[in-house]
Ligand binder design. Structure first.
Ligand SMILES: *Cc1c(COP(=O)(O)O)cnc(C)c1O
Length: 348
């Protein structure tokens, strides 16, 4: 979901943005109105994440998946290597994509051995020498796990934060690159945000496709080509919503509270269970199972009637998944908990 107050503002400004006589969708990306929207978005995400000046922030298109290609292409030269920690579907996809172009990249952790319930403690010792970077996915939507703490490494750490960016406080300076597709916690799909330590935007030996080249996008102030303008506008409204609420420390408290309501309800029950170890539990995606999986379809059907959408788990994992991103209000989670209890009472 997107925050209701943000959708309200977008609706009010939809036909005529601040007396411009145009919708944001109709504006030139090189005009004054849009430039101001873009500048304000960038200033506000810098404020929210307290991004040091030594980092560049750019808006890219192609979502998170485009970055799966961009990352190795911007950071590796032919025959160079990087280390991937595979904790779920998205890190596997990023790894497979990197390997197509740079066959020397390696996996340093494979979650498959623990049914993806485990998150590794990475140190320099776990990483082969010569690796140009280490790659992680901060939160795993499908398995409901996350890095509760991030590794401290001597090589640049690259993190796909698509599914938990802006959900908790973060020390940007311990990363080389942070990137996120917008559609989970930021705004409409198609847009991604990349936060790149400036020294990683160095000259490269080999040519790469211009649309994937961070340096080109950075040099042009995210306006090399026509960016997804409406998505950038919506992202900017979400940043303002978060700032007004008190920033990341405030939303983190709310997110912790939301997640613990659901996990407590699951832990107290004999009827439901969750396989994710306490230390790795995602506060964005709560993955759980009914002890009796014969009741799964009944559970999904009744929950939808009760206004709870999208609880059916990912096909490979089965069970249920409650996605409770930033925009999900506390009341939504309370409604889920009351449904969990009510369903148990009737079917246990
Ligand atoms: C959803 C998700 C993606 C996919 O993003 P696209 O914008 O569809 O490419 C990638 N990584 C993570 C961690 C995700 O949660």
């Amino acid at each position: 979901m997107l925050p209701a107050p943000v959708m309200q503002i977008a609706q009010e400004e939809f036909l005529n943005y601040r007396n411009s006589g145009m919708s944001v969708m109709e504006m030139s990306h090189r005009g004054g109105y849009f430039q101001e929207i873009l500048d304000r978005s960038l200033i506000n995400i810098r404020k929210l994440l307290n991004i040091p000046d030594s980092y560049e922030v750019i808006f890219c298109s192609g979502g998170a998946t485009a970055q799966f290609t961009s990352i190795p292409m911007n950071l590796l030269d032919e025959n160079e290597t990087a280390a991937y920690s595979l904790t779920g579907v998205w890190s596997n996809k990023a790894y497979q994509e990197a390997k197509r172009f740079y066959p020397n990249v390696v996996s340093i952790f494979d979650g498959k051995l623990s049914n993806f319930s485990e998150i590794p403690e990475l140190t320099d010792l776990s990483i082969p020498k010569n690796s140009k970077y280490a790659y992680i996915t901060s939160n795993n939507t499908i398995y409901g796990t996350r890095y509760s703490r991030f590794p401290k490494l001597s090589i640049p750490l690259i993190a796909d934060m698509t599914s938990d960016i802006l959900s908790r406080e973060l020390d940007v300076s311990s990363f080389g690159v942070i990137f996120a597709g917008a559609q989970k916690n930021i705004g409409p799909s198609g847009l991604s945000i990349c936060i790149i330590r400036k020294d990683l935007l160095h000259e490269r030996k080999s040519a790469i496709p211009v649309i994937l080249d961070w340096r080109v996008t950075a040099k042009a102030g995210s306006l090399y080509n026509t960016p997804p303008t409406y998505s950038i506008y919506m992202a900017g409204l979400v940043f303002e919503w978060l700032l007004e609420m008190g920033g990341l420390s405030s939303i983190e408290k709310i997110n912790e509270k939301k997640a613990s309501l659901v996990y407590n309800a699951l832990d107290e029950s004999e009827f439901y269970r969750t396989f994710v170890p306490q230390a790795n539990r995602s506060i964005m995606n709560v993955v759980f199972h009914l002890k009796d999986s014969n009741l799964d379809s009944k559970f999904v059907e009744e929950s939808e009637k009760y206004g709870l959408i999208g609880l059916k788990g990912y096909r490979d994992v089965g069970g249920m998944r409650a996605s409770i991103y930033n925009a999900m209000p506390l009341e939504g989670v309370e409604r889920l908990v009351s449904f969990l209890k009510d369903f148990e009472k009737r079917w246990a």
